[in-house]
Design a protein around this ligand. Structure first.
Ligand code: NAD
Length: 291
């Protein structure tokens, strides 16, 4: 079994790393948070203090970091992976970042003979713990096939969608559609409530029809209960939409609905709702419609 270096032991990375250990992989971990590192070492991992050392001591390197600057720093920065890698190694980045940055990091590592897969996920903390996240992967097909078994330990579905950057692009598509859907559910229910109809009855009446969706099933009950605890934090969704607009500016894509959703999310966060779930768009309509 391949020796794996794993960097980024947060909400998602920690359980995913544990699943790899449970499956019998030898893991060397790294994180800025010493407590998370200790938890993994107690679970059976080894640890090293820089990304460079992780690269020097593993065959496959995995990262699960917050955003593009973190991945760039870990991969290409001082004491980064690029200073320790050898030709033939594989780098798998599971973070949700800009596809443009994935392509930039992949090009730099390829000069050292290292292939990269961009492999962001959907499925959240529960999926990470259960090993059932959905992977959307970009990169070389041969490299994908050779490393698919590692991803299958952590994921319920593992799909190659195209060349490097395609995984991140697919994740952004997911976030565009989910964000707009949540806003649609919130707007519809707030209209019904303002018109004097019980929103719970509305939900039950329409959930089986064309308006129904996985998004509605997940978010409507929480909106009805006024429960906006995360879940998937709205500020992470804003991060993903920011990466979307960075790419869409390059492509000159028209995206009015995603732009509107982004405005609503920004407004809620700037009003102090910094830790709410992305379903907190319900709160936006409650406030504006006085319901
Ligand atoms: P998190 O903030 O909980 O964890 C990130 C970890 O990276 C932290 O432990 C942090 O200490 C570590 N880190 C940051 N910079 C580092 C560095 N330079 N060196 C080493 N470690 C460093 O984030 P998360 O919720 O685990 O999310 C990770 C990625 O997965 C994000 O891109 C997020 O958008 C994506 N994602 C999250 C969810 C979710 O529900 N939380 C779902 C799908 C995808």
């Amino acid at each position: 079994m391949k020796k794996i270096g794993f960097i980024g032991l947060g909400i998602m990375g920690k359980p995913m790393a544990k699943n790899l250990i449970d499956a019998g992989y030898e893991l060397i971990v790294n994180d800025l948070n010493e407590e998370s590192v200790k938890e993994l070492v107690d679970y059976g991992a080894a640890s090293l203090s820089t990304a460079k050392e992780i690269a020097e001591n593993s065959e496959v390197i995995i990262t699960m970091l917050p955003n593009s600057p973190h991945v760039k720093a870990v991969a290409l920065g001082e004491n980064g992976l690029i200073e320790g890698v050898k030709s033939g190694q594989v780098f798998i980045d599971m973070s949700s970042i800009s596809p443009l940055v994935s392509q930039e990091v992949a090009a730099a590592l390829l000069e050292k003979g290292v292939e990269m897969l961009d492999a962001p996920v959907s499925g959240g903390q529960e999926g990470a713990e259960a090993g059932t996240v959905a992977f959307m992967v970009g990169g070389n097909e041969k490299v994908f096939k050779a490393n698919k078994a590692i991803l299958e330990v952590m994921g319920g579905s593992v799909t190659l969608v195209g060349d490097i950057g395609a995984g991140e692009t697919t994740k952004l598509v997911n976030q565009i559609i989910v964000g707009i859907n949540i806003a649609a559910v919130a707007e519809g229910l707030s209209f019904g409530k303002k018109a004097g109809v019980d929103p719970e009855k509305i939900f039950n009446a329409i959930r089986g029809g064309l308006a129904g969706s996985q998004c509605m099933e997940d978010k409507a009950p929480r909106m009805l209960a006024g429960n906006y605890d995360p879940g998937f934090k709205m500020k992470l969704h804003v991060k993903d939409l920011t990466n979307t607009f960075e790419t869409s500016r390059e492509l000159h894509t028209y995206m009015p609905l995603a732009a509107q959703v982004m405005e609503m999310m920004q407004k809620l966060i700037s009003d102090g709702h910094t830790e709410v779930d992305h379903g907190g768009l319900g709160l936006f309509y409650e406030k504006l419609n006085n319901i």
